[in-house]
Design a protein around this ligand. Structure first.
Ligand SMILES: Nc1nc2c(c(=O)[nH]1)N[C@H]1C(S)=C(S)[C@@H](COP(=O)(O)OP(=O)(O)OC[C@H]3O[C@@H](n4cnc5c(=O)[nH]c(N)nc54)[C@H](O)[C@@H]3O)O[C@H]1N2
Ligand SMILES: Nc1nc2c(c(=O)[nH]1)N[C@H]1C(S)=C(S)[C@@H](COP(=O)(O)OP(=O)(O)OC[C@H]3O[C@@H](n4cnc5c(=O)[nH]c(N)nc54)[C@H](O)[C@@H]3O)O[C@H]1N2
Ligand code: SF4
Ligand SMILES: [Mo]
Length: 890
């Protein structure tokens, strides 16, 4: 018998439904839920590998106070007393919570309620500040509410999809796959990608505009102007449903100038720009998808409004196949906004500065006092901790020492802070060493609640395993602290459904259509109905119990006048310009198979192969100028700090710009935390940091030697000046570099790998002349570990050796091949894994292209299965086809 449980993926804002099946031996299989309207059965590589991330490795098992194990009641009391004491001495604004879009709505609701309604401060902010706050601010300015107007089906119904600042192929892969399928069904559908980099998303682009970093507002102002000049503005819509067009147009005219001028400002080819404008004005059904390339900017809010302006000007909003569509980042980024988890919100999309709203919320909560002004936004919050203004911080479900800009300042701030509490499910993160108290949280697969995805769809996340050690759900931990602070009546919850119903009821109080967020239709549901809750898009009211796909069809908005607002946008350049000393723009973002600070994905072998190390992408001409080549190590410096990464030479980068992923941190590498380099300039309206633009210099990192090491045991590599660790199938892979001379290598390697000189299990080879060293340790004829050192990064490939770790015993040929590191004749080395789902390597794909004459990704899929599951690797397969076929013909 197998049980089947429906739940939601814990990662991105697509919010894919999962079907969990437990086999007879409790082994878990994770599949896409064919009935969920976000994914209809599809999953990406991360979702499909969830089963591999559920092990107990690294989990935080019990509460600790000052590093010592403590019982729950002591830990709760300690936190409550600590907060109460500081509040008593210094007032409510001397404490803060820093929470996360990965909390469930119920967790988030109680955290916000405790801070804003009982402690009486609005000092609760969230990692959504780093993620979507410019969208929140832009939507509020335009619509009077933080409303995403579109739904996923619009992607299938559109005739033109513009993706700006979105690498959906890697970051919202299932929505990207929906666009791929829509394009196959509908040959008229055009896709435009606006991104300074040529990303995997460009694989389906009819047009890629490699816009200069930070210039989107110019581009969309130019479009508004173009619409006006060429008679495409929808006058009727403007008159009936909007305000402020003339001012917005004036600003657009001031900045834009003629097409040539706009193209110059955006670093684009004039004809390509005009083509985009023409497609936009000629196509009624346009969806503009935008994400962090727009939001994470010191003028992110204005950019969001510049985009929305163009949709309003043509009345392209609220109808099928059209609208501005923010793809949200985290699984519950939207739910966090709904409960008011940002420092400038209240609850249920109500406003902190609005007296009537405060009264509604205070009455509903039965709270003694309610915050009446905005709290500190993430970046200023941590600055206020450093300055001593904020003296206690509770960090829940986020890893700020990695993910905030100017991340070393965050370390300093936490060091100084009187009381740091961290609720985590992982024992060692870059943030936990700064905690006075750590509290073990249950996580995905263990906890219950609800989440809201990018299209306003609320789904149930359901637990199906009991959780490790003494971990508890976040709502329970927060409520327990609230009770210990003497707020028992208001936090006397025994299950998430109670919290959900209170939240749903609040959204309906005095609403009657005056506020967008209304889920009062769910306020009276039974426990059973909550358990069975089907994915539904809000608003959900008694009149509309099945929710609503799109918003604003009626042309009525939530502003005071009921009309949508045009916002006059005067484009600004990124705050810090490049200089002679820091000549490159550092752009940061995501890699295909890793999630954020790798707290979950870093434990899955299948997800670690695609990019086993921190890397920096750079245009070949730039690489040549600074004298570095593919595979060498480089240091990236800003005025703030340094990171070290492996160089990937990439024609897709524009010259003068480099890209580094955000994932690596001190748990996985020696110096790869890019947050330490990134500046903390923020958008003045939203407070969102400018993560996509930091001036840096890049210099070669030249160690004495380079190497790699594979080992069944996890190792401490203190003596390597550079190291990075990735998990493999039965082994750990370390890329290393160091300063010791060749004379010292054997002793160092043996010591590290527990081999003695006389050990018959140990085979080694040293050539001092060419500075090559290799050592392999076999135990019972299985590889236990191996190390390869050379004067530069030209080392044997890792993949064949890695494959040997899966073998119970080695044959003679394999043993002989060991020290060469290469597959002996007759054995294949599949090379770096390209398709994570079916584990198909680069060499296998290239071989198939050459020997079988394959010319399309589909043909490769038929032959090798590569790319036929989640599809995330298809862009790379197409690139391989391109290079292999061009080599053949040249
Ligand atoms: N694999 C994976 N997927 C994820 C995540 C993850 O960690 N890993 N995280 C999730 C989260 S929380 C988020 S917020 C989303 C983010 O999803 P995305 O926003 O799609 O991802 P990013 O890589 O941050 O940035 C998107 C693109 O913006 C481009 N960009 C930089 N500067 C500019 C500019 O000035 N203009 C324009 N137009 N583009 C620019 C970058 O080159 C980059 O390709 O991803 C979600 N999905
Ligand atoms: N340079 C640069 N920096 C960025 C970005 C960028 O593009 N460039 N993007 C920003 C964006 S958009 C985002 S969203 C952030 C993300 O940054 P973070 O939020 O810091 O990243 P995560 O790794 O998701 O952190 C979540 C933590 O919560 C823990 N956790 C998981 N589940 C639970 C749970 O149920 N309860 C509790 N209590 N803990 C749990 C995990 O172990 C992990 O340590 O990074 C931001 N930082
Ligand atoms: S696209 Fe991938 S990461 Fe995002 S929700 Fe779906 S399966 Fe999860
Ligand atoms: Mo995010």
């Amino acid at each position: 018998m197998t049980d089947s449980i429906k739940t939601i993926c814990p990662y991105c804002g697509v919010g894919c439904g999962l079907l969990i099946e437990k086999g007879p031996d409790d082994e878990i299989s994770v599949k896409g839920d064919p009935d969920h309207p976000a994914n209809y059965g599809r999953l990406c590589s991360k979702g499909a590998a969830l089963g591999q991330t559920m092990g107990p490795e690294g989990r935080l098992l019990y509460p600790k106070i000052n590093g010592q194990r403590a019982g729950w009641s002591d830990a709760i009391q300690h936190v409550a007393d600590g907060f109460a004491k500081i509040i008593k001495q210094h007032g409510p604004d001397s404490v803060a919570f820093y929470v996360s879009g990965q909390l469930l709505t119920e967790d988030y609701y109680v955290a916000n309620k405790l801070m804003k309604g009982f402690i009486g401060s609005a000092n609760i902010d969230t990692n959504s500040r780093l993620c979507m706050s410019s969208t929140v601010a832009g939507q509020k300015r335009a619509f009077g509410s933080d409303t995403v107007p579109c739904c996923y089906e619009d992607l299938e119904q559109a005739k033109l999809i513009v993706l700006t600042g979105s690498n959906a192929a890697w970051c919202h892969p299932v929505l990207y796959q929906r666009i791929v399928s829509a394009k196959k069904q509908n040959s008229d559908l055009k896709v435009v990608v606006i991104d300074p980099r040529r990303t995997a998303t460009c694989d389906i682009a009819d047009l890629h505009l490699p816009v200069a970093s930070g210039s989107d507002a110019v581009l969309f102002n130019g479009l508004l102007n173009y619409m006006h000049e060429n008679g495409y503005v929808n006058e009727l819509y403007l008159q009936q449903y909007t305000e402020g067009f003339n001012e917005a147009l004036k600003s657009a005219q001031n900045t834009a100038g003629d097409l040539e001028n706009i193209a110059n400002q955006c670093g684009l080819d004039k004809d390509a720009l005009e083509e985009f404008y023409r497609w936009f004005v000629d196509t009624e059904r346009v969806v503009t998808v935008y994400s962090q390339g727009v939001n994470q900017s010191s003028s992110g809010t204005d950019k969001v409004n510049a985009i929305i302006n163009c949709h309003l000007a043509t009345g392209r909003i609220g109808r099928p196949g059209m609208g501005p569509f923010s793809f949200t980042g985290q699984t519950n980024a939207m739910g966090g906004r709904e409960v008011g988890g940002l420092a400038n919100q209240l609850a249920a999309h109500m406003d902190i500065e609005n007296k009537e709203h405060r009264e509604i919320v205070q009455k509903h909560w039965g709270s003694p006092l309610i915050a009446d002004r905005q709290g500190l936004k993430a970046v200023e919050l941590f600055q206020s901790i450093e300055s001593g203004k904020v003296k206690a911080i509770w960090i829940i479900c986020t890893n700020p020492v990695v993910s905030l800009p100017e991340a070393d300042q965050v370390k300093k701030a936490l060091e100084k802070c009187e009381l740091v509490v961290v609720s985590e499910c992982i024992e060692n993160t870059d943030t936990t060493p700064y905690a006075d108290v750590v509290l073990p949280a249950k996580t995905w697969s263990e906890k219950d609640g609800t989440v809201t995805n990018s299209e306003r769809c609320i789904s149930r996340q359901r637990g199906f395993v009991s959780g490790v050690g003494e971990s508890r759900p976040d709502w329970w931990i927060i409520s327990s602290v609230a009770k210990a602070m003497n707020f028992s009546d208001a936090f006397d919850y025994s299950s998430p459904v109670q919290i959900f119903k209170e939240h749903a009821a609040l959204s309906g109080v005095n609403n009657g259509g005056s506020r967008d967020f209304d889920i009062s239709g769910l306020s009276l549901i039974s426990d059973g109905q909550y358990d069975d809750l089907q994915p539904t898009q809000w608003p959900i009211t008694s009149e509309r119990p099945d929710g609503q796909q799109r918003m604003f069809a009626s042309g009525r908005f939530y502003t005071d006048t009921g009309k949508a607002q045009f916002i006059a946008v005067s484009p600004r350049k990124p705050v810090q310009p490049v200089t002679d000393s820091f000549p490159f723009v550092l752009n940061t973002g995501r890699s295909r198979d890793q999630w954020h600070t790798m707290a979950r994905t870093g434990f899955a072998a299948r997800l670690s192969e695609h990019a086993p190390e921190p890397y920096l992408e750079m245009h070949p001409n730039d690489a040549q100028t600074i004298g570095v080549g593919e595979g060498s190590l480089v240091s990236v410096f800003s005025q703030l700090g340094e990171a070290v990464a492996r160089l990937r030479v990439d024609h897709g980068q524009c010259q003068g710009s480099v890209f580094m992923p955000i994932h690596w941190n001190d748990q996985f590498t020696s110096l790869g935390r890019v947050g330490a380099v990134v500046n903390a300039e923020v958008d003045p309206v939203s407070g969102q940091p400018e993560f996509k633009h930091t001036p840096v210099k890049v210099v070669p990192y030249r160690p004495e030697w380079h190497g790699f090491l594979l080992s069944r045991r996890k190792l401490e590599l203190r003596e390597a000046s550079y190291w990075s660790r990735a998990i493999g199938d039965g082994f750990y892979r370390y890329e290393i570099a160091g300063e010791q001379s060749a004379d010292d290598w054997p002793a160092w390697a043996r010591n590290l790998l527990c081999a003695s000189e006389a050990d018959t299990n140990w085979v080694e080879y040293l050539d001092k002349g060419s500075k090559q060293y290799r050592g392999v340790r076999l135990v019972s004829n299985r590889v236990e570990s191996c190390i390869f050192i050379a004067p530069d990064h030209q080392l044997p490939p890792r993949s064949w050796l890695e494959g040997l770790f899966a073998k119970q015993s080695l044959n003679d040929v394999e043993r002989k091949g060991l020290l060469t590191g290469r597959a002996p004749v007759g054995q294949k080395d599949q090379g770096r894994v390209i398709c994570a789902c079916f584990q198909v390597g680069i060499n296998t794909i290239m071989d198939a292209i050459r020997t079988q004459g394959l010319t399309t990704p589909e043909a490769i899929g038929d032959a090798l299965k590569a790319g036929t599951n989640c599809g995330s690797c298809v862009p790379e397969i197409r690139e391989l086809l391109g290079t292999t076929l061009s080599q053949k013909t040249s």
